[in-house]
Design a binder for this molecule. Structure first.
Ligand SMILES: Cc1cc2nc3c(=O)[nH]c(=O)nc-3n(C[C@H](O)[C@H](O)[C@H](O)COP(=O)(O)O)c2cc1C
Length: 331
């Protein structure tokens, strides 16, 4: 398999972090890149600049210390507004613009953006052409397999994307109507890969190196995009990267390594959001990190009560020290 090339960027790997609003903030992206993600798009930004002045939106546009290329995802249904948003984000440092036509979130779909656009192929063409023309950097696209199961027009959309100058395509194996229900299907992704020459990434329900390998072999895609399975398991990137490169999958990190990863992640969250918000946001990550570990529920409940950074770090250290000493007993 040759390396994935997106415009001038030849990527080091073939496993991408999926954009997830409320999850893929700067600290999480930096962590996933360190763990082997070849690319990590930021949380979706509305194309409407009137919404850019909130503190949340300012933070979403912060890319300090992030590995290159820096990817900004935009969503919107108006070609001119999308073109302007792309240009302004490139001026602010974006090196790749990703367009979201894959997210069924109500907030987005009600405004005829995200995956709602997939039913209107003419509008899709206008948005893609306008954005590609305006951005002086590569533009990528994220879609679902279609609007609904009887209008699975992913192949047509992919052809439109390639003809419009889109440089890579990520496909979530569900239709817009499926939301998050059922299992992702990969047949349409295989058909899309056959139909276009640009790099295609498979996305949806890939949660292990074995599954990633199966999906790549079944679809012929160039790489995979991982969302929920990276929550609390950011080392999944190096595992999948290894299996796709034909290497042995690295061993599951020992509790001591997991503890160090979590503590570094928490410190980064405190630095990025300030301590109060950082401690609050860290709670959901701690929950994910401990999800399948011994005594997870009791630990989660106790750590929810802690509201200082030192207390939170100490609780994590104590929990993992107990696991390290007697994992069987703790279970
Ligand atoms: C909490 C959450 C937020 C998401 N936000 C976005 C988003 O901002 N932009 C986008 O294109 N997709 C978004 N998605 C969809 C994911 O990028 C991905 O397509 C989906 O989760 C399927 O991949 P997975 O099974 O690996 O999680 C979001 C998904 C989740 C769970």
């Amino acid at each position: 398999m040759s390396a994935i090339q997106i415009g001038p960027y030849r990527l080091d790997g073939r496993v991408f972090l999926a954009p997830m609003a409320g999850v893929t903030d700067l600290p999480f992206r930096r962590l996933c890149r360190r763990m082997g993600a070849a690319l990590a798009a930021g949380e979706m930004l509305s194309a409407d600049p009137r919404l850019w002045h909130t503190a949340e939106s300012q933070r979403r546009r912060d890319h300090s210390g992030e590995d290159e290329p820096r990817v900004v995802q935009i969503a919107g249904g108006d070609p001119q507004m999308m073109a302007d948003a792309a240009r302004r984000n490139v001026d602010a440092g974006a090196q790749v613009i990703d367009i979201n036509m894959g997210c069924p979130a109500k907030k987005v779909c009600n405004k005829e953006a995200g995956s709602a656009l997939l039913r209107d192929e003419r509008l899709v063409t206008e948005i893609l052409e306008a954005t590609v023309r305006a951005a002086e950097v590569p533009v990528t696209l994220k879609i679902r397999t279609g609007w609904s199961s009887d209008r699975r027009n992913g192949v047509e959309i992919a052809r439109i994307a390639e003809a419009s100058g889109i440089r890579a395509l990520a496909v979530h194996g569900r239709t817009r109507a499926c939301r998050f229900e059922g299992e992702a299907e990969y047949e349409t992704i295989a058909a899309i890969k056959q139909a276009v020459g640009i790099p295609v990434l498979a996305n949806g329900d890939i949660d292990s190196p074995a599954k990633a390998l199966r999906v790549v072999q079944a679809t012929g895609v160039d790489g995979v995009m991982i969302g929920r399975a990276a929550q609390g398991r950011p080392w999944i990137f190096r595992e999948i990267e290894a299996v796709l490169a034909g290497r042995t999958v690295p061993a599951e990190p020992a509790p001591g390594e997991v503890r160090d990863i979590i503590c570094a992640h928490l410190r980064d969250l405190y630095g990025f959001y300030g301590v109060e918000a950082g401690v609050r946001i860290a709670r959901k990550h701690i929950g994910w990190y401990c999800r399948e570990r011994p005594q997870a529920q009791a630990f989660r409940q106790s750590v929810m009560q802690v509201d200082s950074a030192e207390g939170q770090l100490a609780a994590v250290r104590e929990y993992f020290a107990a696991l390290d000493q007697s994992p069987a007993e703790a279970a």
